[in-house]
Design a protein around this ligand. Structure first.
Ligand SMILES: Cc1cc2nc3c(=O)[nH]c(=O)nc-3n(C[C@H](O)[C@H](O)[C@H](O)COP(=O)(O)O)c2cc1C
Length: 219
């Protein structure tokens, strides 16, 4: 059984690791388990608006250095480097939503119709994500950050370091990924990236606001 201390130690161990030991590779079984934790992540209505791309090709990583300013130390040294993509067309009546409800969730026609109507109301009048294409994309992209958190925590529990990466110029980075055949910008957008490996330098001290400044209770 995982103890409270085990959980807290993993969260204290995790930090934004800026440089990895280039000699050390994450065992396949460990990385597969980390990816599985991404796959098992929750999403709104269970519609999984994401795709995870593991970028191991050294030439592509080298190209990304030109636009990904936030990963200058991690792109070249990461054991594994992940791009988290979000799906652009997440409308309630899109092909992906239909696929999820039919093939993955295996809902019968009646249940599917009711669920599609619920997602439609949610998107149109509850959260207004259909007001613009950007809002719909942001709704999908923010869900990839749930997987991002789970991937980092899973890695930390296994003693593996990571660094989330949002430090990139969007258009240029997407263009590099598209040219490499990794990203079809008609279907997906780049949300965030995540580097994994083993630290080479000591972990810096954590800075966080006190609990009382970030939590309030209503009793
Ligand atoms: C969404 C997101 C994007 C980030 N982007 C970068 C990045 O591009 N490069 C980097 O070195 N660190 C990046 N960080 C790391 C943060 O700077 C770091 O998590 C924060 O300063 C807290 O430090 P800690 O994670 O070591 O506790 C990012 C963190 C998050 C959550």
């Amino acid at each position: 059984m995982t103890t409270r201390d085990d959980v807290l130690s993993a969260f204290r161990f995790r930090h934004a690791c800026k440089q990895f030991d280039p000699q050390r590779k994450i065992p396949d079984a460990d990385f597969d388990a980390i990816l599985e934790c991404g796959r098992l992540s929750p999403s709104s209505f269970g519609l999984e608006p994401w795709k995870f791309v593991v970028i191991q090709n050294p030439a592509l990583r080298q190209k990304l250095l030109a636009t990904v300013w936030g990963a200058q130390g991690t792109l070249p040294t990461a054991s594994h480097y992940l791009a988290l993509l979000y799906r652009k067309d997440m409308r309630f009546d899109s092909a992906h939503v239909r696929h999820m409800m039919t093939d993955v969730q295996k809902l019968n026609d009646d249940v599917q119709q009711a669920k599609r109507a619920r997602v439609g109301k949610f998107q149109q009048t509850d959260h207004h994500v259909l007001d613009s294409g950007r809002q719909l994309e942001d709704w999908a992209a923010k869900q990839t950050y749930i997987a991002l958190g789970n991937l980092m925590t899973a890695a930390a529990l296994l003693g593996i370091d990571s660094c989330p990466i949002e430090g990139f110029e969007m258009a240029g980075t997407e263009a590099i990924l598209q040219e490499a055949g990794v990203l079809d910008t008609g279907e997906f957008g780049l949300a965030v990236m995540l580097a994994f490996g083993y630290r080479i330098n000591p972990q810096p001290a954590k800075t966080r606001q006190p609990l009382a400044d970030v939590v309030s209770w209503v009793r």
